[in-house]
Design a protein around this ligand. Structure first.
Ligand code: HEC
Length: 115
């Protein structure tokens, strides 16, 4: 979504939409086994990732690229495997949610899928 001056506008996610994302990341793919919204596990927390990229030009493109192709050496010694099974649309949706965590704050949801 582009706003005034062509700057990317990060959409806000409601509680219901946040729960949908967490369920997708738990059952349709594997993110939640290594990432939590605000707790570092095997990988960095999603909030840390958003903070790292927030000020960079093309933040969304960089995050989307890491999700699709995997990532290595950015955070530590453990690499992240690529996710070729996800569609461009799904990756954009996950990326928008990650960016929304710093743009609009993390909407906490009650689910046993996150700690
Ligand atoms: C098996 C564990 C594991 C799974 C599953 C996993 N990740 Fe990661 N992820 C990591 C690790 C470890 C890193 C840090 C890699 C590095 O140092 O570059 C990381 C890094 C990232 C980054 C930041 C990359 C960067 O460029 O700074 C993003 C974004 C990310 N993961 C998103 C996701 C999403 C979305 C999913 C699900 C589709 C997912 N990850 C699944 C372990 C995982």
């Amino acid at each position: 979504m582009l706003g005034a001056k062509g700057k990317k506008v990060v959409p806000e996610f409601t509680k219901a939409e946040t729960l949908e994302i967490i369920e997708f990341m738990s059952f349709k793919t594997d993110c939640i086994t290594c990432h939590q919204p605000d707790l570092a596990l095997v990988g960095p927390s999603f909030i840390e990732i958003a903070e790292k990229y927030e000020k960079r030009p093309m933040a969304e493109a960089l995050i989307a690229r890491s999700i699709r192709l995997g990532s290595e050496g950015e955070w530590g010694d453990v690499p992240m495997a690529p996710h070729p099974e996800l569609t461009t649309k799904e990756i954009a949706w996950l990326t928008d949610w990650i960016m929304s965590l710093v743009a609009h704050g993390y909407v906490e949801v009650e689910t046993t899928l996150i700690y």
